[in-house]
Write a protein that binds this ligand. Structure first.
Ligand code: NDP
Ligand code: GDR
Length: 344
């Protein structure tokens, strides 16, 4: 039985990856950080919390001694590093913390592998945020990086240190350069889930409207459940490498709002622009969306669109779910949750 460690098991991708690895016969160790209250709602939602092959262990990414002891104790075959301070907006307010966890945390894990067992395969959760300011359309593995946030900069460090340990110490370290991927397990601070949760609440009469930031930002959004399979495939490939996972389609935040309201039968009409833009119900004239500049970022990534042909060719991976289908899955789940008074 193969043994995998997933750091960040309490996050969106950690939960889906655990579900996938368990389904193909892995023993999965999910690491989480010590907090005053437990945060396992995602693995509960996927109903894997009582799976005998899932073991939850406490691990602090910023503590190398702790990491070395755990790697020695459990003898993992594969480590998937998904833990991070992952919210771009917050990284402008907490750049040092973001650097320590999202950046240096990667070195701590790689040092653990180098020290205990260099044969352990390592997956690093890299990101399209490393592309940042547009250098090329679409973005692929060879596109130059130009990060636009402390998060993007920290991830770029994690990306290159993985390459460096591969070249210096022959460690099987691969990076998945994943474009935005969403699901009903997405945290509500991220824009898609913020939108689908608000649409559900507006539909149920629990909220009047939603306030958002930059409506013109364009993202390449896919379905998280499919992206974690790409992570697994990267560690089964013949050799370690970097791979883009994306859909090849980009839409604005505004488009995603329009799409999500359509799921509950509401057509939205857009008026004004920038800070004065609003979205109203085309039938009733009710205000549904308002721009609030407090959600703007000090520096923005305007346009992301990925080319995943290398992953398709080498790994046989490709995205399946359209953005319309994804927004429907998310809105329907949020309606169900809001009806049940569920707050995550
Ligand atoms: P989430 O924000 O849902 O999950 C992040 C995980 O990291 C959580 O389990 C969180 O724990 C954990 N974490 C945060 N801070 C620490 C810390 N100090 N020590 C240990 N663990 C910590 O992210 P996703 O699941 O969406 O993303 C997974 C990874 O992939 C992240 O590294 C992210 O940056 C990256 N990524 C994500 C993309 C996406 O579109 N989703 C795209 C590209 C890359 P807790 O629950 O306690 O907060
Ligand atoms: P992103 O995702 O920054 O791309 O990072 P997020 O959903 O936070 O933002 C996407 C775009 O929407 C704009 N936006 C808003 N964003 C938020 N969160 N809230 C708002 O109200 C709002 N209004 C407009 C943002 O400005 C941005 O342009 C995600 C994270 O999962 C990262 O960890 C990951 O690396 C990248 O995706 C790929």
């Amino acid at each position: 039985m193969k043994k995998a460690l997933i750091t960040g098991i309490t996050g969106q991708d950690g939960a889906y990856l655990a579900e996938h690895l368990l389904s193909i016969g892995y023993k999965v160790y999910g690491s989480y950080r010590r907090t005053s209250s437990e945060n396992f709602w995602r693995i509960e939602d996927l109903d894997i919390q009582n799976n005998p092959n899932l073991e939850l262990i406490e691990m602090d990414l910023t503590d190398m001694g702790n990491i070395i002891r755990l790697i020695s104790k459990y003898e993992f075959d594969e480590i998937y590093n998904l833990a991070a301070q992952s919210f771009v907006g917050v990284s402008f307010e907490k750049p040092t913390t973001t650097g320590l966890i999202t950046g240096l945390g990667v070195t701590n894990l790689l040092e653990g592998i180098r020290t205990v067992n260099p044969k352990i395969k390592f997956y690093q959760a890299s990101t399209s945020e490393m592309f940042g300011e547009v250098q090329e359309i679409p973005q692929k593995e060879t596109t130059p990086f130009y990060p636009r946030s402390p998060y993007g900069v920290a991830k770029l460090y994690g990306h290159w240190i993985t390459v460096n340990y591969r070249e210096s110490f022959d460690i099987f370290g691969s990076s998945g350069i994943l474009f935005n991927h969403e699901s009903p397990l997405r945290g509500k601070e991220f824009v898609t889930r913020k939108i689908t949760d608000a649409v559900a609440k507006i539909h149920l009469g629990k909220q009047s409207h939603i306030e958002l930031g930059n409506m013109d930002a364009k993202r390449d959004w896919g379905f998280a459940k499919e992206y974690v399979i790409g992570m697994y495939k990267m560690l089964q490939a013949e050799k370690p490498d970097a791979f883009v996972l994306s859909t090849g389609r980009t839409e604005t935040v505004r488009d995603f709002v329009t799409m999500s309201f359509k799921c509950v039968g509401i057509d939205i009409e857009w008026k004004g622009n920038n800070e004065s833009e609003i979205g109203i119900n085309a039938k009733t004239g009710d205000l549904l969306v308002k721009v609030n500049p407090k959600f703007y970022r000090p520096a923005e990534v305007d346009l992301l669109i990925g080319d995943c042909s290398k992953a398709t060719e080498v790994l046989g991976w490709e995205p399946m779910t359209t953005l319309e289908e994804l927004s429907k899955i998310m809105v329907e789940k949020d309606i169900e949750r809001n009806k049940n008074g569920w707050s995550f």
